[in-house]
Design a protein around this ligand. Structure first.
Ligand SMILES: N[C@@H](CCC(=O)N[C@@H](CS)C(=O)NCC(=O)O)C(=O)O
Length: 191
C-alpha cells in the first residue's frame, strides 16, 4: 500500500492527490500538521516538507518528481503526451513553475505590487491557453496538475479575479468537471 504524507492546505500535496485520483490508485494518508511538524518527517524528507510518498522502503519527496513517478508506474491514463517534443514542452512549464509561485506567495504575504505581478503570470498562462486546450498540450496532464492547485487557491481563498483571463477561466471550468479536480475544490472550500 502507498502512503502519502499529506496536508490539505498544501498545494504541492494537491498535485499528488490529483494524480493518484486520476490513476485510481488506492493509498492511505498520514496527515502532517504543518504548524507542528513531527520530527520524524525529516527522516522521510531532509527538508521536512510534504508531500512524501512511501511504499515499503521506497520513500520519495518532491511533488513534481512524485507525479512523474506515478505516471511511469501507473501508465493508465497517460498524463504526458506521446510525442517527445510535446512531453518536453509540458515539462518546461513544470520546471518554470516558480514564475507563478513567486508572485503567488508574494501576494499571500500581502506585499506591495503583488497583484500586478501575479496578474502578469496569469496573463502568460491565459495566452498559452488561447493556443492550446491544456497546459500539457492537446490533452489534460501533468502540467495542468502542477498549476491548478494554486489557481484554485488564488480564486477561492485569495479573491483573485480570473474572469479577465478568459482562456484561463475556461480551462479552470473544464478541469473542474474532472472528479479529481472537483475533489480538490472541495478540499479548498473546507480549509
Ligand atoms: N518542492 C517541494 C515543496 C513542498 C512544500 O513546500 N511543502 C510545504 C507545504 S505546502 C511544506 O511542507 N512546508 C513546510 C516548510 O517549509 O517547512 C515539492 O514540490 O514537493
Amino acid at each position: 500500500m502507498i502512503t502519502l504524507y499529506d496536508a490539505d492546505r498544501c498545494p504541492y500535496c494537491a498535485r499528488v492527490r490529483i494524480v493518484l485520483a486520476e490513476k485510481a490508485v488506492e493509498y492511505e494518508t498520514v496527515v502532517i500538521d504543518l504548524d507542528d511538524r513531527p520530527a520524524w518527517i525529516y527522516e522521510k524528507n531532509p527538508t521536512g516538507r510534504v508531500p512524501v510518498l512511501e511504499e515499503d522502503t521506497f520513500v520519495l519527496p518532491e511533488s513534481a518528481v512524485i507525479d512523474e513517478y506515478l505516471n511511469d508506474r501507473y501508465p493508465d491514463p497517460p498524463l504526458l503526451p506521446d510525442d517527445p517534443g510535446e512531453r518536453a514542452l509540458a515539462r518546461v512549464l513544470v520546471f518554470r513553475f516558480d514564475d507563478l509561485s513567486k508572485p503567488y506567495y508574494t501576494l499571500r504575504r500581502g506585499e506591495e505590487g503583488a497583484v500586478l505581478k501575479l496578474d502578469a503570470q496569469l496573463a502568460r498562462l491565459d495566452e498559452l491557453l488561447e493556443r492550446q486546450a491544456f497546459l500539457t498540450g492537446r490533452d489534460f496532464g501533468l502540467a495542468d496538475i502542477a498549476y491548478v492547485p494554486w489557481i484554485l487557491r488564488a480564486r477561492d481563498r485569495m479573491e483573485v479575479e480570473l474572469d479577465q483571463f478568459r482562456s484561463l477561466a475556461d480551462w479552470v471550468d473544464r478541469l473542474s468537471e474532472r472528479p479529481s479536480i472537483a475533489a480538490e475544490i472541495d478540499v479548498v472550500a473546507a480549509l
